[in-house]
Design a protein around this ligand. Sequence first.
Ligand SMILES: *[C@@H]1O[C@H](CO)[C@@H](O)[C@H](O)[C@H]1NC(C)=O
Ligand SMILES: *[C@@H]1O[C@H](CO)[C@@H](O)[C@H](O)[C@H]1NC(C)=O
Ligand SMILES: *[C@@H]1O[C@H](CO)[C@@H](O)[C@H](O)[C@H]1NC(C)=O
Ligand SMILES: CC(=O)N[C@H]1CO[C@H](CO)[C@@H](O)[C@@H]1O
Ligand SMILES: [Ca+2]
Ligand SMILES: [Ca+2]
Length: 569
Amino acid sequence: MRVAIAFCVAVLPLVIGITWNPPDNIVDFSLYQIYPRSYKDSDGNGIGDLRGIIERLDHFTESNVEAVWLSPIYRSPMVDFGYDISNYKEIDPIFGTMEDFEELLKAAHDRNLSVLMDFVPNHTSDQHEWFQKSLQGIPPYDSYYVWHAGRMENGVRVPPNNWVSQMRGSAWQWKDERQAYYLHQFSIQQPDLNYYSPDVRREMKDVLKFWLDKGVDGFRVDAMIFLYEDKRFLNEPLSGLTDDPNDYDYTVKIYTTNQQPTYDIIPTWRQVLDKYEQPKYLMLEVYSNVSDTMKYYHYGADFPFNFYTITNLTRNSNAADIQYVVESWYDNMPEGCTPNWVTGNHDQHRLISRLGEPRARAITTTVLLLPGVIVTYYGEEIGMIDEYISWEDTVDPEGCRAGKEHYLTSSRDPERTPFQWDDSVSAGFSSNPHTWLPVNEDYKTLNLAHEKKEKNSYYALYEKLSALKRSQYLKEAMLVTKVLDDYVFAVARETEDHGSVYAISNFGDTDSIVDLSVFDNIPSKLNVYYASAISDILPWESVIQIRRVTIPAGSVVILTTPNADFVTD
Ligand SMILES: *[C@@H]1O[C@H](CO)[C@@H](O)[C@H](O)[C@H]1NC(C)=O
Ligand SMILES: *[C@@H]1O[C@H](CO)[C@@H](O)[C@H](O)[C@H]1NC(C)=O
Ligand SMILES: *[C@@H]1O[C@H](CO)[C@@H](O)[C@H](O)[C@H]1NC(C)=O
Ligand SMILES: CC(=O)N[C@H]1CO[C@H](CO)[C@@H](O)[C@@H]1O
Ligand SMILES: [Ca+2]
Ligand SMILES: [Ca+2]
């Protein structure tokens, strides 16, 4: 019977794909984004903290994570949950103390886990001492921020131009004390620093030095593209996408993002990092088109984040779309650089909520096998999904500013709920049944402890793949990808002497029978390393004949050559 099914796939789809050889100096590891409010609460106040992270460092070791990035833990009024910093050199008491931080750093390093800080250079909190002094016009702070007197229109004072804030409305806010407007590309409480001021540039280098001296392994730079604005303060052209002048998409950002000095500042930061003996990483948050994004590689950053699996894939994407996204990065990235893949963060709906579970598994599988750095947003390793948050429970400033009618489309709360450790109170996140955001109600079954016991859980897949990523042989292995069917995508890593691995994801609704002989040099029989669907078609740990391999609908199959010696653990 099975043979008959095989003959039905008479028309082989056109096989497209890429091959790519990792450069020798490639940075290749799995990086995990901790959103500290939601990872683990150690003291029962319902908010995650540094001691909570220390308690749960084993999770990173077990999950083969080699570096973590902490979303901001600095002193902050928490209007934007830490992205509004009032002191760059202090720990906010909600997260703990500097001693806690130092202990965390030491405990992480003892496990060979690197720690990256979130560097937020574009803006401070309006409660920062610098802003308070700037407001009063005290030199040199008077020029620390972007002030403008505005212009007169029919006898009325109006903002200097039509620039729009990311959080809706004019990017300009009037202050009586200064008789001027200040610029805020994000919320009103996040005034933009003025990078034309040498004092500001010096202060921020000093912030980098402060944390590097403590021993951190580098930085992930927040909102990089917004650093400098054009000094002429001209109106930005209208995009035509919306008639609402308060909507961020109203204008095209030719004067407020990716200005040349924004690129030029990176080498000056790199110099600070390179004074240290250990390698220090510099990764940039950049949401832009391919050419503006790739340009950041040329200025001394390890890489600009690659968000294309977030911005360019949908619930309808097929295997060729995935292929296109993967291919575009390798095709456009400058020679010899490190690629990277980010599949989620605290500003985006969760991977499964965006793409549905079968596609999400395909993406998780694909990126974990791609050379370079992959970034896992906390909870993605167990397949957490967005939680519905009522208007009454909404705390995100973007959601709140949108108002009761529109908050559901802009609030970022749904993707920030507490990590689901087990099926106890508050999913084991806190001893407190009341947490800063409600725990997702699916936690009784969707939690780490449960998934560790299930062979085909999301976590099992993640753990199996991340173990492969750690192997030195695979870090150097050639990448080959192929579209095998409309909804079947394959990623292979091939070595000459240590064997090869082939991961095939079928995110379609029907089983697919694929012929793996489209891969050059593939042996005629392969072993099953992992299969997310256990069935009689594909028993676990069996030997597979490569010419007709059934990939069950909505499943992932990972196969290795018999000589593979990177799967020894
Ligand atoms: C950390 O890395 C060093 C050097 O590679 C190695 O000697 C040590 O065993 C590692 N420690 C752990 C806990 O993995
Ligand atoms: C990317 O956007 C910039 C404007 O920021 C524009 O000059 C450039 O042509 C765009 N590139 C592509 C490939 O669209
Ligand atoms: C992403 O989508 C944009 C807009 O449709 C397109 O111009 C761009 O080429 C796509 N890039 C990638 C890497 O898929
Ligand atoms: C993903 C990310 O870090 N997003 C942040 C970008 O910067 C703004 C302003 O600092 C924050 O609101 C986002 O959360
Ligand atoms: Ca706490
Ligand atoms: Ca700015």
